[in-house]
Design a binder for this molecule. Structure first.
Ligand SMILES: C[S@@+](CC[C@H](N)C(=O)[O-])C[C@H]1O[C@@H](n2cnc3c(N)ncnc32)[C@H](O)[C@@H]1O
Length: 245
């Protein structure tokens, strides 16, 4: 944690230079418990709010009534996708949601979670690296991701943005962290006091160090030659980038 907090915050830490524990080899139980603990942090910090607002805006712009196909990249424990499923079902919107995560423990953990019925909304879980998935996936209406992009190196970010922009028919959302030393230190302290999983205590501050400020996103968007994307603070210390078509 010290390494993540006491470093220069002018630029993001490269993931390869500051690894997260969840990205290493882990037993299933460790990965699942980490993600379950992260899900409780998501709930406490209004982490789903940007996704639900994004969905509302996409529904306002929607043309036709065909079921929506939505892909969530780096879906982890699936809590974000389940929140979106409930949101859509409550509005009577038919949709197929696909959670894509490269760690096979993610799909297994997501399937094990009991969930209430969401009429008209189905969720599938796929184990794949996003760039492999991108090569063979059908074009979705929307692509979302939460706390995912800080797992990518700088070189991969324009590529990821370009894929989303080229494939998503109606829009895309990146929901990730705002790079802040204050948030990294505060998160580390709060996670310790609240007895969050040891991986979350470690990976939280590291995630802040690996995350973004607006200038980073403007640079990646320019490299990807994408116009019309908007940046906003979607929840406390969440810097989001989104585009609606
Ligand atoms: C911090 S978790 C976020 C989980 C969830 N979206 C959330 O908001 O809590 C990041 C997830 O991204 C996955 N991931 C990292 N790199 C990936 C890649 N290249 N392709 C697909 N999934 C990836 C990890 O396995 C992990 O489950």
């Amino acid at each position: 944690m010290r390494e993540a907090v006491f470093r220069p915050y002018g630029r993001r830490a490269a993931p390869r230079a500051l690894p997260e524990r969840m990205d290493g080899e882990t037993a299933f139980e460790t990965f699942r418990d980490t993600l379950e603990s992260l899900a409780s942090v998501n709930r406490m910090t209004f982490g789903y709010r940007p996704n639900l607002r994004f969905l509302d805006r996409a529904l306002e712009n929607r043309r036709g009534a065909k079921p929506l196909l939505i892909v969530d990249v780096g879906s982890g424990y699936g809590d974000g996708l389940r929140a979106m499923a409930r949101h859509l079902a409550a509005r009577g919107v038919e949709a197929e949601l696909v959670g894509v995560d490269r760690n096979p423990h993610a799909a297994r953990a997501s399937v094990e979670v009991a969930m209430e019925e969401t009429p008209g909304v189905k969720i599938r879980w796929i184990t794949a690296d996003v760039f492999d998935y991108a090569r063979r996936a059908p074009r979705p209406d929307l692509v979302t991701s939460a706390l995912f992009t800080h797992h990518l190196e700088d070189e991969a970010l324009p590529r990821f943005l370009r894929w989303m922009d080229g494939t998503a028919r109606a829009g895309w959302l990146v929901n990730d962290l705002y790079r802040s030393r204050f948030a990294a230190a505060g998160f580390g302290l709060a996670a310790t006091l609240l007895r969050k999983h040891p991986f979350v205590r470690h990976d939280g501050p590291v995630s802040f160090a690996r995350s973004f400020r607006s200038a980073d996103w403007r640079r990646f968007l320019a490299e990807a030659e994408i116009e019309g994307a908007e940046l906003r603070i979607g929840a406390p210390f969440r810097l989001c980038v989104e585009k609606h078509v």
